[in-house]
Design a binder for this molecule. Structure first.
Ligand code: ADQ
Length: 508
């Protein structure tokens, strides 16, 4: 029997088939080719991560690799080039309109996943995040940078990249790869494409004057195409031209078909839903999120025995400048943006402190939230501690040490933090929206509130504080939260179903 790493080697020439031995009395040998999937992403946690997409891009292909020959395509940012040791240039992709030529590199992750990397230093080799410079401003050439990604995805999928490989299906993620399905459509290539929307609020909208630079036909600049209220929209292009759309929870899949959550795209998304081409598939969390093995924790624990939480709580208190206390510890681990309801958390903070609670916050994002949080901590020394920045170890110890996670997001496509918190025995207090509604059971594994208002949020916090005062209820809820399965298996099977449907539809 071949193991998965050998299979990857075999399918390195994916046009070849691999033999799958039928078991038992069946004497014949069936030849079945593993389908090849190109997973296109603008971030992957192995090398560079700006948010939840990076984590999903690292986990989902791995959950699918036993069934498919899945390969990743990512721009060659500085952080990617410096971390893939076996990267070699295997092809050149030509310039097209205003999109520069680039090299196509191929390398492997530490666990043997094939990664294609766009080698184009003028577009990608710079400091900063994938999307913004070190001052938080969008890169001014983001349209070209991500059109380069979409065009390369279309080329590689058709076999015009790696001479030994082509894709049976393209899996695109968010606006940065949205143009790939459009380029395929304009060339008449019928490769099935799935677009996963991780956040509808980020759309990649640009001036229509950019069309000719990006090789977009004028005829496509219309409502049935890439036009979005007078702008060119990469996300709309992806939604319009992809064979199938998924988003990262069932509730968000319904929400985005309504004007309140649809960010102007609800009409098109409603049509896709009616056509049976929009599905919600909840994200999972990977196996590293296990409090009994996590190397970042100062003391490990499990649902059977969570005494070790206390040592993590004390470490968090110390590192956030909080007083030693036996009261409830609340955590916020978040990008500091309007979506996440940071302002609600700031407004509710006094209520928590007045009831003997403490709050530790780690995050970075909009400067106004960063300074308001620092001012809040200044007003409550010993009770509220804030770190502006990003630190995975701190985040993991906060999930492990806290009693509650505050997540008053106004909208939340899926959310990962609430699943990490539950796994680590911290009860999320969250707005009942999107993936939060789908992954938290109110009063059982956390606390949900129905509308994103300060009063409703404070009510839910009060319910949390009451629970804290009853040891037995707290223990029951913690245990229920820690035992909730949030693994990738079920979600990976749902993606398989969608892939199959998209492939069958392409053959019809
Ligand atoms: N300062 C900090 N230090 C350390 N770790 C930090 C941190 N700030 C955030 N994190 C971590 O970053 C991740 C954020 O993931 P989320 O899914 O909550 O958000 P995001 O909005 O980026 O993702 C979008 O895409 C994902 C993936 O589909 C959807 O779940 C989500 O709803 C959607 O908004 C979490 O793992 C969190 O622990």
């Amino acid at each position: 029997m071949l193991d998965s790493s050998q299979l990857d080697t075999v399918s390195g020439v994916s046009a070849l088939a691999h033999a799958e031995l039928l078991s038992g009395s069946q004497a014949s040998v069936s030849i079945k080719r593993r389908q090849s999937i190109l997973f296109v992403t603008s971030e992957i946690a192995d090398y560079i991560k700006a948010g939840g997409l990076g984590e999903v891009a690292a986990a989902l292909p791995r959950a699918l690799r036993h069934h498919y020959d899945v390969r990743i395509l990512i721009p060659g940012y500085r952080q990617v080039l410096s971390q893939i040791s076996d990267l070699e240039e295997i092809a050149r992709l030509p310039a097209s309109f205003g999109i520069p030529a680039c090299g196509l590199g191929r390398g492997t992750t530490q666990d043997g996943l094939t990664v294609y990397v766009l080698l184009c230093s003028e577009l990608y080799d710079r400091d900063g995040s994938p999307y913004v410079d070190s001052f938080g401003a969008d890169w001014s050439d983001n349209d070209i940078r991500f059109a380069r990604l979409g065009l390369a995805a279309a080329d590689i999928a058709c076999g015009n990249g790696d001479p030994l490989w082509r894709a049976d299906l393209l899996h695109l993620n968010d606006w940065p790869s949205g143009l790939a399905s459009a380029y395929l459509a304009w060339r008449g290539q019928r490769i099935p494409t799935i677009l996963t929307i991780h956040n509808l609020a980020y759309q990649g909208n640009f001036d229509r004057g950019r069309l000719s630079h990006l090789g977009i036909p004028d005829a496509a600049f219309q409502i049935n195409g890439v036009e979005f209220y007078g702008k060119l929209s990469f996300l709309k292009a992806g939604i319009y031209y992809s064979s199938h759309i998924t988003t990262v929870s069932s509730t968000y899949a319904q929400e985005i078909t309504r004007p309140e959550f649809g960010c102007g795209l609800d009409g098109l998304l409603r049509t896709r839903a009616e056509e049976g081409r929009l599905d919600g598939i909840i994200n999972g969390i990977d196996a590293s999120w296990d409090p009994s093995t996590d190397p970042y924790l100062v003391s490990r624990f499990s649902a059977e025995n969570f005494r070790g939480k206390r040592a993590n709580a004390n470490t968090v208190r110390k590192s956030f400048g909080l007083d030693l206390s036996s009261g409830p510890l609340f955590a916020v681990v978040s990008r500091l943006v309007h979506q996440k309801g940071v302002d609600l958390a700031i407004s509710a903070a006094e209520t928590i402190v007045s009831q003997g609670g403490q709050i530790a916050v780690i995050g970075q994002g909009e400067p106004r939230f960063e300074s308001e949080l620092e001012a809040l901590a200044g007003r409550h020394p010993g009770s509220i501690g804030v770190k502006i920045g990003y630190d995975e170890g701190d985040a993991r110890r906060m999930y492990a040490g806290s009693d509650f996670l505050l997540m008053p997001s106004r909208f939340e496509p899926c959310g990962l933090s609430q699943m990490y918190a539950q796994r680590f025995g911290s009860l999320p207090i969250a707005h009942k929206t999107g993936g939060l509604a789908d992954t938290i059971e109110d009063g059982v594994t956390g606390f949900l509130f129905g509308e994103p208002s300060l009063n409703r949020f404070k009510d839910a916090i009060r319910r949390g504080l009451e629970t804290f005062r009853s040891r037995s209820r707290l223990t029951t809820m913690r245990r229920a939260a820690m035992n909730r399965p949030h693994g990738w298996d079920r979600s990976a099977s749902r993606y398989q179903e969608v892939y199959e449907r998209a492939c069958q539809a392409a053959l019809a």
